[in-house]
Design a protein around this ligand. Structure first.
Ligand code: CQA
Length: 297
């Protein structure tokens, strides 16, 4: 039997280089910023109902740039209100980057940060162990539900922490994105559920629908320039290919048929559009916003 492909998560420094290149070649963060400044403000306005203190939980916050972008809108909607922010992030490096950024800012003294260097599962366990009764007004799970064992159970837990008028924000790739198509086609070869779940907002919506849970849903157009992936031996192209497949050294280690199949699929109109000689992979994101579960009478 051929040796199994190694996941990119086994090489953190290569993962971080691939992720940085992905951010440069994609509109991922720009489309999130557009959402944060155009749509999120109305959502944030409705939280808290007059409280002088808001509790926020960021799960998988990374280096925190998107978090701070959201805080700027929260501040505009709730001037003078103090914020308690629990940051949950397993990467010590990312958490460090976040803390450094916060320490350089002088306009964030209304926020108290609690740094939790741990996974969502560890945070959940700690919360239950301490029998915390605290509730949250705003919780965000952005591009992280791939990395939990059971995304539906994780959503239920965080939804159960919401206070009256609280909001749970989930962002994942959309079911209609190129990722969705890629994963549906190569699930058995590319998706290793011990490492990450190939889950899209379409999957999450199906779970919520089956449980009769109501939600709001937004689609954010986004793309990723993958032109270099088709240039054999191009270092950046190979790094992006690793990110797309989550396989370490995909170009060198994947079976030739798999490599050819993936490259064909990436170019296919179901995944990408071509314009001006560039291949733009559909990186559309889906946003799901949940309210607290209604109390049974
Ligand atoms: C590790 C795993 C995942 C990471 C990471 C480190 C990650 C970002 C940064 N460091 Cl060990 N994940 C991430 C970030 C953005 C993003 C996605 C994952 O869009 C989505 N994936 C599937 C659509 C891309 C592989």
């Amino acid at each position: 039997m051929a040796s199994p492909l190694l996941s990119l998560v086994n090489d953190d420094s290569r993962y971080q280089r691939a992720f940085q290149l992905f951010l440069e070649r994609s509109s991922e963060h720009q489309c999130m910023r557009d959402f944060i400044h155009n749509i999120l403000p109305d959502i944030l306005a409705s939280v808290g109902d007059g409280k002088s203190n808001l509790n926020v939980i960021g799960v998988g916050s990374g280096a925190g740039d998107i978090d701070l972008e959201m805080f700027s809108e929260l501040r505009l909607k709730h001037p003078g209100v103090k914020v308690d922010n629990e940051v949950v992030e397993p990467s010590g490096q990312q958490l460090h980057n976040y803390r450094v950024m916060v320490s350089k800012r002088t306009d964030l003294d209304y926020i108290t940060f609690t740094w939790n260097k741990m996974t969502a599962a560890e945070f959940e366990e700690q919360w239950k162990q301490k029998q915390t009764t605290k509730k949250a007004d705003f919780i965000h799970l952005i591009q992280m539900l791939y990395y939990v064992k059971d995304p539906g159970a994780t959503i239920s837990f965080f939804q159960s922490l919401l206070d009256k008028n609280g909001k749970l924000l989930i962002i994942l790739v959309s079911g209609d994105s190129g990722w969705g198509k890629l994963w549906r086609t190569f699930r058995s070869q590319l998706c290793n559920p011990d490492i990450s779940q190939c889950v899209t907002t379409a999957d999450i919506k199906a779970v919520l629908d089956a449980q009769g849970i109501r939600y709001r849903n937004y689609e954010l157009p986004s793309h990723m320039d993958i032109t270099e992936c088709f240039q054999e031996g191009h270092a950046d192209g190979e790094l992006l290919l690793d990110f797309l497949t989550e396989v370490l050294d995909f170009s060198r280690t994947a079976a030739p048929e798999l490599k050819a199949g993936v490259l064909d699929m990436l170019r296919h109109p179901d995944c990408s559009t071509e314009s001006d000689g560039r291949v733009l992979f559909n990186n559309n994101l889906g946003v799901i916003v949940l309210d607290p579960l209604p109390h049974k009478q």
